[in-house]
Design a protein around this ligand. Structure first.
Ligand code: ATR
Length: 324
């Protein structure tokens, strides 16, 4: 597995990471197969995946606890990224909070659940418009000085916010949705992170599973599955978006790969500061996804993929929390 360095502080990670969210939250089957999830994490380590992504709000808390268990006795083999800032710790309801007091309280909880004394990469999960980013980053810089976190990142931050944060303390990584059907970052975000030397971590690189071709109907998803309320998966939009998978499938057939592998290889071809974090709960799917590291697409194939149809439907029902 090839490695990439995120940010100017030398944070080296496998260029394919593992998104762990779905093991505990949001997707069909979440929280139902702890042994399978831990086996997937351990298989990832065997295959050279070193970059594991979680957040305090996945579960909430359960996903961090799962990683704590999985990495017991082998903490040094993993680069752990987690996130704060979207959870009220009293009610466990969603609440944006970028205050320095919440940064400090949150990190202690994450360290405990992860059973570790340091977090490799600590992201603000969503921007809090009521707290100037300089204050939040000031608190994060203190945590770095104390060794509790080694690097910090932002998730779904807007270009102006990234610049302001970076001026206070260098941002190691920006995590934002990016895939063949979520291309928004190409306009401003990708050039900006390249300019500033910030790593880019695409989440949902498989389009929340859609780009693998495995989801053809909402009937496949649990009642509580997040995707049932995601505009791109709803009714006519889902039907319309299947043409995207068909276009990816055509390239996949040409190269003898799966559409999911092609979707990942297309992202990997976008730069040497990019580390997508495909999510899976299953060893078999992980093994398939990791093969994308060795898949090299031709310029012509990349051009075909660059030209795939834009999706129908927003990537969230409520877009007010992103690009802030
Ligand atoms: P996220 O970042 O939100 O987790 P993603 O990485 O774009 O989203 O896609 C994750 C989804 O793709 C999960 O529902 C995962 O399901 P499993 O846990 O059942 O694997 C699905 N997925 C991941 N790899 C897959 C593969 N190789 N084949 C089919 N589905 C896959």
């Amino acid at each position: 597995m090839k490695k990439v360095v995120l940010g100017s502080n030398g944070l080296e990670v496998s260029r394919l990471g593992l998104g762990c969210m779905g093991m505990s939250a949001f997707y069909t089957g979440a929280g139902q197969d702890e042994a399978g999830s831990i086996a997937t994490i351990h298989r990832a380590l065997e295959l050279g995946v070193t970059f594991f992504d979680t957040a305090e709000m996945y579960g909430p808390y359960e996903n961090e606890k799962l990683l704590g268990k999985a990495f017991k006795g082998r903490r040094d083999e993993a680069i752990i990224a987690t996130k704060f800032g979207t959870l009220n710790h009293e009610t466990n309801e969603r609440q944006l909070d970028g205050s320095p007091a919440n940064v400090r309280a949150s990190v202690e909880g994450s360290l405990e659940r992860l059973q570790t004394d340091h977090i490799d990469l600590y992201y603000q999960h969503r921007m809090d418009p009521s707290v100037p980013i300089e204050e939040t980053v000031g608190a994060l810089a203190e945590l770095i000085a104390e060794g509790k976190i080694l690097n910090y990142g932002l998730s779904e931050a807007a270009p102006a916010t990234i610049r302001r944060a970076h001026a206070v303390h260098p941002v190691a990584a920006l995590q934002t949705e990016y895939s063949l059907w979520s291309r928004d970052p190409e306009a401003e975000i990708l050039p900006l992170v390249r300019e500033l030397g910030i790593g880019f971590v695409p989440y949902s690189p498989l389009g929340r599973g859609f780009l693998t071709g495995a989801i053809r109907s909402l009937d496949q998803l649990d009642e509580a599955d997040f995707r049932r309320n995601n505009p791109r998966f709803e009714g006519e939009n889902l039907e319309a978006n299947i043409r995207i998978v068909e276009q990816v499938d055509a390239v996949a057939a040409e190269v003898g790969a799966t559409p999911g592998q092609v979707a990942l290889a297309w992202i990997l071809a976008k730069g040497d500061n990019i580390a997508p974090i495909p999510g899976t709960t299953k060893v078999k799917n992980l093994e398939d996804n990791v093969k994308a590291d060795a898949l090299v697409l031709s310029a012509a194939q990349l051009a075909v993929l660059d030209a795939v149809a834009a999706p129908t439907g927003d990537r969230y029902a409520d877009m007010s929390g992103v690009n802030k």
